[in-house]
Design a protein around this ligand. Structure first.
Ligand code: PMP
Length: 283
């Protein structure tokens, strides 16, 4: 494994950053998780745009242009000879003194890790999963916009801990107004009367690359899609529900807070979307 840090590739055991990096000290930085399918970086440009928008929102200057970043990603995949895998692209605020002032950090640090993808169990996709609603609310955008894919995931991690402590794999987070935002590491969709619905990003959802791909593909195969505010009522009374994410791809949800969704199996609309997504990534 060859890891890129600020202009050079290092062997895994030599790939190290300073304990004074504000990414470590304060979670000050941004990142992307990206799939490699068949030697091709999935939606590279979209991930890069999201990275730069996250960086801009936290006043973080990336020392490379977007074109340079795309070239670096391709180089990292090539150097690692990876056909199917996962890229973790990280930009930290860089090294600085112990105080939080980001302007004391000389320059941001770029890290690119190309590794294997850990897939979820097959039964998740075949049988669907059960989730709960988290008691932790998604961070309000006036405090920290959830569209920023930052290195600080504690809001999501607390919701994940809550899910796991209750023997669930995932939990769905509401915003402070009670509208559905997203899950701890995935976007959420419902299907009602054949319309595919997902919360708008202003309700606290990350603009998921998989989410946006699913919206496009669903339209392409003839489904109506909507970005619309949802409450728990809408989740419980949906015909189908599924989660989307880079690692997860598309996972059907069959129970929420012990309420059976639709027929309690992966629904027909979800099946069609999964099929189209599989086709798209293997093109
Ligand atoms: N929401 C959150 C909080 C995430 O961390 C992620 C990425 N794992 C997603 C949604 C899904 O986004 P994407 O499809 O771009 O992976």
């Amino acid at each position: 494994m060859k890891i890129f840090i600020d202009g050079k590739f290092y062997a895994k055991e030599d790939a190290k950053v300073s304990v004074f990096d504000h990414g470590l000290l304060y979670g000050d930085g941004v990142f992307e998780g990206i799939r490699i399918y068949n030697g091709k970086i999935f939606k590279a440009k979209e991930h890069i745009v999201r990275l730069y928008e996250s960086a801009k929102a936290i006043f973080l200057k990336i020392e490379y242009t977007q074109d340079e970043m795309e070239k670096l990603l391709n180089e990292a995949v090539k150097v690692n000879e990876k056909k199917d895998g996962y890229i973790r692209l990280i930009v930290t605020r860089g090294d600085g003194p112990l105080g939080i002032d980001p302007f004391q950090c000389a320059k941001s640090k770029l890290i690119i890790i190309v590794g294997d993808i850990t897939l979820y169990p097959k039964e998740f996709y075949e049988k669907g999963i059960e989730i709960i609603t988290s008691s932790y609310r998604r961070m309000p955008s006036e405090s920290l916009d959830p569209r920023i894919k930052s290195l600080n995931y504690l809001n999501n991690i607390l919701a994940k801990i809550e899910a796991k402590q209750n023997n669930y794999f995932e939990s769905v987070m509401l915003n402070t107004k009670g509208f559905v935002a997203e899950c701890t590491g995935d976007n959420i969709f419902t299907v009602k009367n054949n319309v595919i619905i997902t919360p708008p990003s202003y309700d606290g959802a990350l603009e998921g690359i998989t989410r946006n791909t699913v919206l496009q593909l669903a339209n392409k195969i003839g489904f109506e899609t909507r970005e619309m505010s949802l409450t728990r009522y809408d989740l419980y009374n949906s015909n189908e529900c599924f989660l989307t994410g880079t690692g997860a791809e598309i996972i059907p949800v069959v129970k929420i807070d012990n309420n059976i969704i639709g027929d309690g199996v992966c629904g027909n609309v979800t099946k069609k979307v999964i099929l189209e997504f599989r086709r798209f990534v293997s093109e």
